[in-house]
Design a protein around this ligand. Structure first.
Ligand SMILES: Cc1cc2nc3c(=O)[nH]c(=O)nc-3n(C[C@H](O)[C@H](O)[C@H](O)COP(=O)(O)OP(=O)(O)OC[C@H]3O[C@@H](n4cnc5c(N)ncnc54)[C@H](O)[C@@H]3O)c2cc1C
Length: 447
């Protein structure tokens, strides 16, 4: 097929957000009689699922301290549930297991889940929490846990399979996906800041509307659009904090214990919910008994046949390199810099053993292959969904995003003229207006 020189809608990135936006926009255009998927072109510099969406753990949860995030996630969970087969979605549920320092935060999440009709069970108190966990896993032994929030919806999906499922749905609606095409810049109209064409390494493509869904490469495209490198943020104290960098990278720590995934079945032989444990109990090495940390730590894990074992992760770390100098490429497992090391394996496997006896002594089975990857985070670590340069919708999920399959659906309806109340709290103007999201006591930057 010839290289196109024009498209109505050009989407940069074939990850969860680019693909979901394309598919839902195609449906909206068709339903309104204003066009079809044939008006949409996705370009990706590498391949479908070449970015964060292709390496994500794939956890889908509602557990967020911020009401706006929770409502948005409930919407996305409904989209996952709408076609579990195509999306390779496993609705096994999700558990947030926490120490006393997080009790009040989690209690408010549980109350608000009830208010929005999102099914969950909330257990409080050390003894009841332990008993509840033992009804699922008879070897449960984590210390200092005083609440368990068990979300009955959510679970996880298989990263690459779900991207191909979504791409298939988009292509069936007439969307064209071109891989191996890298966006290098934008052309602007003479009399406004609107984009008239996208410059790629294979030639210019004129377009009426652009959607940026570039994941960890968001900063590069942001810079190509000449958007501000820093922002002023009005804090809760009313003071304006000036010149805060717009982007910062965090390195996500994930890996797989190469045991039979069946090992993690529940007492009644079912596949379990995704387990997320935060703890302030001292964490000791499962290898030699030495203290790993006496500070707050957290892990998540699930049995996963795609990864071939028990797959999960621990809290990420902030990349201190100047964001202009961070090497995003080669990405994921190919990165020489941002893959997990022995420290992660030691901590994560020891934490698994801290939680469940079945993992004691299993660290030699940790899969010593490159894993993990970086994400581009916004100044407050929450998404920015907004229109810039008049006709450019920028989707920057601040690394919350594999689970957010529904964002593309909402973005599609905004492109078609409506305004989404669910996306409204994520506008760029919130920084200068001080309309920030509340911050939790979780050790993770994304809870
Ligand atoms: C290790 C890891 C684990 C994670 N686990 C989870 C999880 O369990 N649950 C969860 O909800 N989230 C998780 N996340 C976060 C989630 O993966 C991301 O937020 C989400 O996938 C981002 O989707 P995206 O579509 O914006 O970007 P991506 O999936 O990264 O896709 C962006 C695409 O844009 C393309 N691209 C970039 N620049 C250009 C250009 N100039 N021209 C053309 N194409 C370009 C890239 O090739 C890429 O394919 C995880 C992230 C990481 C790194």
């Amino acid at each position: 097929m010839a290289f196109p020189n024009h498209t109505r809608y050009l989407i940069i990135g074939a990850g969860i957000h680019g693909l979901s936006t394309a598919y839902h926009l195609a449906l909206e255009l068709k339903a309104s009689g204003k066009g079809s998927g044939e008006d949409i072109l996705i370009v990706d510099k590498t391949a479908i699922a070449a970015g964060a969406s292709g390496i994500a753990c794939g956890v889908v949860r509602n557990n967020y301290f911020q009401p706006a995030m929770r409502e948005l996630m409930a919407h996305s969970v409904a989209v996952w549930e709408s076609d579990p087969k195509a999306y390779s979605y496993h609705p096994v549920g999700y558990m947030q297991i926490s120490p006393e320092s997080m009790h009040a935060d989690i209690a408010s999440i549980a109350a608000q889940q009830k208010a929005i009709g999102y099914e969950s069970v909330f257990i409080e108190g050390e003894k009841d929490s332990s008993n509840y966990m033992k009804t699922l896993f008879d070897d449960w032994q984590a210390q200092g846990i005083t609440s368990v929030l068990h979300e009955k919806r959510g679970g996880y999906a298989n990263n690459t399979k779900s991207m191909y499922g979504l791409a298939g749905k988009a292509e069936a609606e007439g969307v064209r996906i071109m891989t191996g095409v890298e966006v290098k810049g934008f052309k602007t109209s003479n009399d406004s800041s609107a984009i008239t064409a996208v410059q790629t390494d294979r030639g210019d493509i004129a377009c009426d509307y652009v959607v940026v869904a570039a994941g960890p490469w968001a900063k590069m495209v942001w810079d190509m659009l000449a958007l501000p490198k820093t922002v002023d943020i009005k804090g809760a104290d009313g003071n304006v904090h000036r010149d805060i960098p717009m982007w910062v990278y965090w390195s996500l720590q994930e890996g797989t214990l190469g045991v039979d995934p069946d090992i993690q079945k529940t007492n009644d032989g079912q596949f379990p919910p995704v387990v997320h444990v935060d703890s302030d109990a001292p964490l000791y090495s499962d290898v030699d008994g030495s203290l790993i940390t006496d500070k707050m730590w957290g892990i998540y894990y699930k049995p996963d046949f795609n990864f071939g074992g028990i797959q999960g992760g621990a809290a990420p770390f902030r990349v201190e390199t100047d964001p202009d100098q961070v090497q995003v490429d080669p990405y994921g497992a190919d990165s020489p810099e941002f893959v997990v090391g022995d420290d992660f394996a030691h901590m994560w496997c020891s934490a698994l053993a801290h939680c469940q006896k079945r993992f004691a002594g299993q660290i030699p089975k940790y899969k010593n292959e490159p894993s993990g990857g970086i994400g581009a985070f916004t100044p407050d670590s929450f998404p920015v969904f907004d229109v810039f340069r008049e006709n450019c919708y920028f989707i920057a999920d601040s690394n919350h995003g594999y689970k957010m399959i529904g964002v593309g659906k909402l973005v599609a309806s905004e492109i078609c003229g409506s305004t989404s109340a669910l996306l409204e709290p994520f506008r760029y103007s919130r920084y200068v207006q001080g309309k920030l999201h509340p911050v939790s006591n979780s050790p993770f930057p994304w809870s």
